[in-house]
Design a protein around this ligand. Structure first.
Ligand code: PLP
Length: 295
């Protein structure tokens, strides 16, 4: 029996009524990994496997109050932030986190898989000023990394990257993020969007290392073939936060989060859940046979 006080994870994200992404994916991920999950909703989206039709960000006060209600009551050690939807919501989230000292994992959801804009490009600078300065771990996909890297940079000298990393590698852009945002401890990059597409993927975790040079963790795995990939980014970011809650170590959390996400993709491949880009199957990972109650 553990003597440590239990802690919990809060997801701050949008709602996907079809259950594939956002809050719904985050809570399923927490439950499958054995972590208590709480949820504060930023936006309500109207979508299914065929795409996002439209969404409404919630009132700033409502977002702020949900987060405060959880933080003043539950032992939240980790927060995962996903879709924010508007600059106003991003401000409300940043305000509500004023005294939070735990781990903040941010999945910068800028566009849906079908291309629908989920955060206005014009508000990115405000996002960087208000929220990104508080974030501990960021999990951009490659297009999101490129967008964040285009924000004006302070003129600082980049510490050395591990040997053999070319200057135009996404890792160099990840290093610039670590340099720019002082609270940021790690950038996790998943290879799903790598060009040209290859059969084997490498996911990367770049951490601050010893302060003088960055440390790189590589996790190799085969590219999984599935038509059901909606919510992969949400699932990975929440798994990374949940596994860090469980292990206290970013490298271990990265390996476990990649394994969990791969298992959920594998379990969901071929699942007839909508005619479009369907969800992962968090509920089928580690499934124990159900022993019906005997009378
Ligand atoms: N969060 C919400 C509420 C969404 O609607 C979406 C995409 O539609 C995402 C996050 C991002 O989903 P994905 O993990 O597939 O990039």
């Amino acid at each position: 029996m553990t003597t440590e006080a239990p802690t919990a994870l809060l997801s701050i994200a949008g709602s996907d009524p079809a259950g594939g992404a956002g809050i719904q994916a985050d809570l399923k991920t927490c439950t499958a990994l054995g972590v208590y999950g709480a949820a504060a909703i930023t936006c309500v989206t109207v979508q299914n496997s065929q795409g996002v039709r439209y969404f409404e960000p919630l009132e700033q006060q409502l977002v702020y109050d949900q987060i405060r209600a959880v933080l003043v009551d539950l032992p939240i050690s980790h927060i995962k932030i996903g879709m924010l939807g508007s600059a106003g919501v991003a401000d409300a989230v940043a305000d509500a986190l004023y005294d939070f000292t735990g781990v903040l994992v941010y999945d910068p959801v800028l566009n849906a898989g079908d291309g629908h804009t989920l955060f206005p490009a014009a508000a990115l600078q405000r996002l960087a000023d208000d929220l990104l300065s508080k974030i501990t771990v960021i999990t951009p996909n490659l297009p999101e990394l490129a967008t964040l890297d285009r924000l004006p940079q302070p003129p600082k000298q980049l510490p050395p990257l591990p040997a053999g990393i070319p200057a135009d590698s996404p890792l160099t852009a990840a290093g610039r993020l670590l340099l720019r945002f002082s609270q940021l401890q790690a950038v996790a990059l998943t290879g799903g969007h790598a060009e040209p597409p290859s059969d084997d993927l490498e996911d990367w975790l770049l951490t601050r290392g010893n302060g003088r040079e960055f440390q790189l963790t590589r996790v190799e795995h085969p590219r999984l073939k599935s038509g059901n990939l909606h919510g992969t980014g949400c699932t990975f970011a929440t798994a990374l936060a949940a596994c860090h809650l469980l292990t206290g170590d970013y490298q271990q959390a990265m390996r476990r989060a990649v394994d969990f996400t791969s298992a959920a993709i594998k379990a969901g491949a071929g699942l007839p859940m909508g005619d479009g880009n369907g969800p992962l199957a968090h509920h089928l990972v580690n499934r124990q046979p159900c022993r019906g109650r005997r009378n």
